[in-house]
Each structure stands twice: as C-alpha cells, then as structure tokens.
Design a binder for this molecule. Structure first.
Ligand code: ATP
Length: 355
C-alpha cells in the first residue's frame, strides 16, 4: 500500500510524525506492507516552489492508495494567483473526495461535555454548498457588486446529495441502522428542499435503515442534550463542518476529531481541527485526531480492497488509543494530562502490541 504523507502547517509536522510512529508499529504487527512517501506542502513549499500544493505532489497523492494530510493554515496563504492553494478544497473538489466522514465517540473514563454519551458519525458533503471556492466553475461564489453589498452563492446538486446520502446509508448498515438528515429546509426551501428530497429518494434503496430528519439549529441543541439519539447524520458541507466540531468537542476534545475524505477510488486522512498556531512547535498537541484518521483510512482501504489485516490494524489502533486515553497522566494537555505529542504516540505504539 502506497501512502503519501503531507505534513502541512502549524502542528501538522508534529502530529504527522507521531502518527507515522503508530502506523509503523501497526505495519510491523499486522504485516500490512505500508510504504510511506513524504512530501512538503503548505507554507513550506510556498517558499521553495511558489505554491502551497505543487502539481506533482497532488498527482502523486491522487495516484496513491491513500494520503495523510496534516492540518493546513489556509488563512495565512496568499491569494490563489500568488500560489495560495487551499489543499482541503483542492483534494475535495479536484480530487472528487466527496464524502467527509467524521465520527464522534465518547470514551469510558474520559469526560464528555454533552448530557449523554455519544457514538455517532457525520457524513458531510464535501464538494459544494456554501463554500465560495467550491461552488463556481469560474470566479468566486462570493462577490461584491458595490462596496456596501456582499453576495454569496450556495450550490446544491441532486447528484452530490444522492452520493453523500448513499455513503451515509452504507455506514448506517454497519452500525445502528439509523440516518438523520440535517437541513434548514424550512427556510432554504429550494436548496435544502432538494437535499432532503434526494436523501429521501436514496432511503428507498435502504429499507432496512430508518431515516428521520432535524433542522440544523435543533440538531445543535440535540447534540448537547441527547447525542445518544444520533447514529449517522447526513448533511450539507457547512452544516457538517460546524456540527462535527461541536460533536468532537462534546465527545471530549477537538483533538480527538478524526476524519477521512473519501472518493470512489482513494481517500485522504485529515484531522477535523486546524493547524493550531497557538501551540505549534511546542510538542504538546494531541495527535489522536490524525492517528485515528489514519486508522479510518486503513479501515476504508481494507474494506475497499478486501484486505482484512487493514481492518484489524485499524481496530487495534482504535483500542490502543482508547487504552492510553484511559490513563489520565498519559493524556495530552488538552485532555488535562501531561504527555507530549511524541510520548503519547509512543505509548499508543507500545499499546498496539497487546491491543
Ligand atoms: P486554523 O485556522 O488552522 O483552523 P485555529 O487555531 O483557528 O487554526 P484550530 O487549529 O482548530 O483552529 O484550533 C482551535 C483550538 O483548539 C486552538 O486553541 C488549538 O490550540 C486547539 N487544538 C486544535 N487541535 C488541537 C490538538 N490536536 N491538540 C490540542 N489542541 C488543539
């Protein structure tokens, strides 16, 4: 398996190094035959290559079995014409990695902030919606006809809604068989109306899975009050972005928030959080998010390629992370512990021997 590794900005290089330590331990135990190929991207290549995403690196990543992308500091990037390419947007749209799968699970012994424990997955549409850089063939989805008037275009297509819905229903079949469509169709009657109709149409293909729906503001309150009611949430791009940060933080910490961006032939592991410039370079970031994202990537590859050792390795990494998180002093600072980034990863790699 060829895995392209792109460390990214801010805490990216630290948590990527920690993640590779865990993956190497998993490779040794489960004989996965992982081959890692690391390339600089982001602010590092802006200086050396004049772009945050060199074209050959993008091509290598899309041709690989999977990619691990560290967080990126896109807010620090110059405009696109000056080389500032938002890597998330590039992989999701150009690479057609349309499904952003974001689980959130509370863990025994680890404080969660919601009123109930949770174990849910958010399937977030990744290629359109309220994202100015994703909605237009040419030009920006945000524009200002006059200095005091700003407009924004939101693109919703039946095709994108149906394929993210299918992803959500397939995930639900491996879990508690319930999908909740989160929308604002009471106000955005045309766009979210199309989303909701599309999800309902897909539901007919999955009679063994229950579908209900919730308006996005109510869904936010329900996540805090009664997250246990959710199994799989399917939603549009920006609602999914916001709700998944909420769900991860409620589950214990944003530092636990894992995700993959999946297309039909390849997938990219990416932490839910950003580049955390406030703690970059200090060796204190929680690497769980990227470690668990990489486990999701192995699991996705195992299922797609029919290689059960990859699924076994993914499950073992999950158990090893849980085992380390269960011991308060082995946790990183965001979870009240004292462990540094690499010490946490080494503990997870050690725990893999028995996980
Ligand atoms: P960006 O603009 O790249 O999204 P940000 O600082 O605005 O950066 P995040 O990086 O998501 O947003 O960080 C939000 C807060 O969560 C910060 O205080 C950051 O230190 C903290 N945080 C994010 N990721 C981690 C992590 N892996 N470990 C510990 N703390 C984290």
């Amino acid at each position: 398996m060829d895995i392209v590794v792109l460390p990214g900005d801010g805490i990216g290089p630290e948590i990527t190094e920690a993640t590779l330590a865990v993956l190497r331990a998993a490779d040794a135990r489960f004989a996965l035959g992982l081959r890692f190929e690391t390339h600089a991207v982001g602010l590092a290549t802006l200086k050396t290559h004049g772009t945050t995403l060199p074209e050959d690196v993008f091509a290598r990543a899309m041709a690989a079995d999977g990619t691990i992308l560290g967080p990126i500091a896109s807010f620090e990037y110059p405009p696109r014409e000056q080389g500032g390419i938002n890597l998330s947007a590039a992989f999701r749209t150009r690479g057609d990695l349309y499904a952003n799968i974001r689980p959130a699970r509370s863990r025994p012994g680890l404080a969660h902030w919601g009123r109930t424990p949770m174990d849910l997955v958010i399937a977030r549409e990744n290629t359109e919606g309220f994202y100015a850089d994703r909605s237009m063939y040419l030009g920006s989805g945000e524009f200002m006809p006059t200095a005091d008037l700003a407009l924004s275009v939101r693109k919703i297509t039946e095709r994108a809604c149906m394929r993210i819905a299918r992803t959500a229903f397939r995930i639900a079949r491996t879990r508690r068989r319930k999908v909740t469509a989160v929308h604002k169709a009471n106000v955005m009657k045309v766009t979210d109306g199309l989303f909701l109709r599309s999800v309902r149409k897909v539901a007919e293909e999955f009679p063994d899975v229950t579908l209900d729906d919730a308006i996005v503001d109510a869904a936010a309150a329900l996540l805090v009050r009664d997250a246990a009611r959710f199994d799989v949430i399917v939603t549009t791009n920006m609602f999914g972005d916001i709700l998944s940060d909420l769900a991860s933080e409620l589950s214990g910490s944003l530092g636990l928030g894992a995700s993959i961006n999946a297309g039909d032939t390849t997938a990219l592991a990416q932490a839910q959080h950003g580049s955390a410039p406030d703690i970059a370079g200090q060796g204190i970031a929680n690497p769980s998010s990227l470690i668990l994202s990489s486990a999701m990537l192995l699991d996705w590859l195992g299922t797609r390629r029919g290689v059960t050792a990859l699924n076994d390795a993914a499950a073992a990494i999950e158990r090893a992370v849980d085992a380390v998180l269960a011991v308060p002093e082995r946790r990183t600072r965001d979870l009240g512990g004292v462990a540094g980034t690499m010490a946490f990863a080494t503990a997870v790699a050690d725990a893999l021997a028995t996980a």
